[in-house]
Ligand binder design. Structure first.
Ligand SMILES: [Ca+2]
Ligand SMILES: [Ca+2]
Ligand SMILES: [Ca+2]
Ligand SMILES: [Ca+2]
Length: 213
């Protein structure tokens, strides 16, 4: 629940409810809006304008002397009745623009990064697993240069340590000869790496000059 309050609304027109708890919505799951009222006498007060829908979209229930709870609607346990009416509600988001979810885990990428679920070695706000391949960038800082020599040696000689040191960095960045092997003892990648890093001495921005087919 992101918002619940007693409100006194005395005019017609749009009324704004500001959620007290921000929430992440993935754009597909159902969002439930429950409007209820408890009057001291039988009346139509508390009605909500609706659009006419074409399928069952909402439920309603009303009662006097309720048998499925007290007079307070929040205690009701009745299933209610389906209606095609859709209450007129608009969700407005302010502040940050819509989030990206490049790794498709249902969580905004900035939340993945702040929670440590994803790493961002080059600090561009894009989780490492979403970065395109960049042959020769063995420290995943987004550039191929002499700074990749030591990480490449580690990749070659102690792949496990390389993985924990450069968490999230794509190990295929070390498959410079594109033969499908990389990391521990993939000696065939040494000469192509040396050629690449010399070519990129002053720094080639990713994805760099070569890529595997
Ligand atoms: Ca995500
Ligand atoms: Ca990144
Ligand atoms: Ca690099
Ligand atoms: Ca290789």
């Amino acid at each position: 629940m992101v918002y619940q309050a007693n409100q006194t609304i005395s005019t017609t027109g749009w009324y704004t409810f500001t959620f007290t708890t921000p929430f992440v919505w993935n754009g597909t799951q159902n969002v439930e809006v429950d409007v209820c009222f408890n009057n001291s006498s039988y009346s139509s007060s508390g009605e909500v304008y609706c659009f006419n829908g074409y399928s069952s979209r909402s439920k309603y229930y009303r009662c006097d002397s309720c048998t499925c709870g007290t007079d307070d609607p929040l205690t009701w346990t009745c299933m209610g009745y389906w209606t095609t009416d859709v209450p007129r509600a608009v969700f407005v988001m302010t502040g940050a623009p819509p989030s990206q979810d490049c790794n498709n885990n249902g969580i905004p990428d900035e939340c993945d990064l702040s929670a440590g679920t994803s790493t961002d070695l080059n600090g561009n706000g894009v989780p490492d697993e979403c970065e395109p391949d960049c042959l020769g960038d063995l420290n995943c800082d987004g550039v191929i240069d002499f700074g990749d020599i030591n990480p490449f040696v580690l990749h070659l000689c102690d792949f496990v340590t390389w993985q924990t040191t450069y968490l999230g960095c794509n190990p295929q960045n070390g498959d410079i000869n594109c033969d499908g092997t990389y990391g521990q003892s993939s000696f065939g990648d040494i000469n192509p790496f040396v050629n690449l890093v010399v070519q990129c001495a002053t720094g080639c921005p990713c994805p760099g000059p070569i890529s595997c087919p």
